[in-house]
Design a protein around this ligand. Structure first.
Ligand code: ZN
Length: 95
């Protein structure tokens, strides 16, 4: 029970951190945005939880860059019949 409560609180802070990251990005503070995403990911690892579904495809797991139309390319992979996002760092993810 106690653990569940903690996880709930952690999840809330994950969303908060993501919001902060987005705001920082809008202000043009890209490094700060990356910093927030890093903190978010550290929390995920620390509590051995998962990145909440709505946030899953919103940032890079490798370089912690916020994903938006500026930072990723979406390509259609004909071979595997799926879409892939390609991050600026070269990280590819199947959608
Ligand atoms: Zn990346």
């Amino acid at each position: 029970m106690r653990k569940l409560l903690i996880i709930k609180a952690v999840k809330q802070s994950l969303f908060k951190l993501f919001e902060e990251a987005e705001r920082a990005w809008e202000r043009g503070e890209r490094e700060r945005a990356v910093h927030y995403i890093k903190m978010l990911f550290d929390l995920v690892k620390k509590y051995r939880t998962r990145v909440p579904r709505p946030l899953k495809n919103r940032f890079c797991r490798k370089c912690f860059l916020l994903w938006n139309s500026e930072t990723v390319k979406v390509v259609y992979d004909r071979k595997n019949h799926c879409f892939r996002v390609i991050c600026r760092c070269g990280f590819k993810k199947r959608l």
